[in-house]
Design a protein around this ligand. Structure first.
Ligand code: S3P
Length: 174
């Protein structure tokens, strides 16, 4: 791997797979900055994700998401980057991630994902029947996260265990 690729550790995964928690812990462990794609979008657009979806639709949100991801990855700073669950849907985004970072996919069982997100009122793609929405999106995105350098099933793991597993594999790659 080229040197520049090691400056970003990029977490991908479906909503509710633990990207935020794991990215926090990872950044603490590494002493690296943590950047959350969704938080960055909200900060730069000065708008909540749900409002962006309401005003510009999912397509509008995806355009902003790519622009922000590009700017997050286009610098020499070391960072742990948590991406939104749908950031992997764009081929441009996938290339950006693979080119600039070590990409780690977090997976979890549908039951655990549903348990984690079912009372969420914020995520625009989960409005309505959360079980139905998660089941449908999981089926649509069955292979969407397969491009990662490393995949970890977090279902029976604590966040600490996930972090340890990522660091172990990541060190081997260097
Ligand atoms: C989305 C996931 C969300 C957020 C947006 C769309 C998705 O991020 O980017 O609501 O398409 O899966 P999280 O995975 O952090 O919830």
């Amino acid at each position: 791997m080229e040197r520049q690729q090691l400056k970003k550790l990029v977490l991908i995964g479906f909503m509710g797979t633990g990207k935020s928690t794991v990215s926090r812990l990872l950044s603490e462990k590494l002493g690296w900055k943590r950047v959350d794609g969704d938080e960055e979008i909200e900060r730069l657009e000065n708008k909540r994700i749900s409002d962006i979806f309401a005003d510009d639709g999912e397509a509008g949100f995806r355009v902003i998401e790519t622009k922000v991801l590009e700017s997050i990855l286009a610098n020499e700073e070391c960072a742990v980057v948590a991406t939104g669950g749908g950031a992997v849907l764009s081929a441009v985004n996938r290339e950006l991630m693979l080119k600039n970072g070590y990409v780690v996919a977090l997976k979890a069982s549908p039951e655990q994902i549903i348990a984690r997100v079912k009372s969420d009122t914020e995520r625009p793609l989960l409005q309505g029947d959360a079980v139905e929405r998660v089941t449908l999106l999981l089926a649509q995105r069955k292979h969407a996260y397969d491009f990662a350098h490393l995949t970890i099933d977090t279902t029976n793991m604590s966040a600490e265990e996930v972090v340890a597993a990522i660091l172990e594999q990541w060190v081997i790659q260097q």
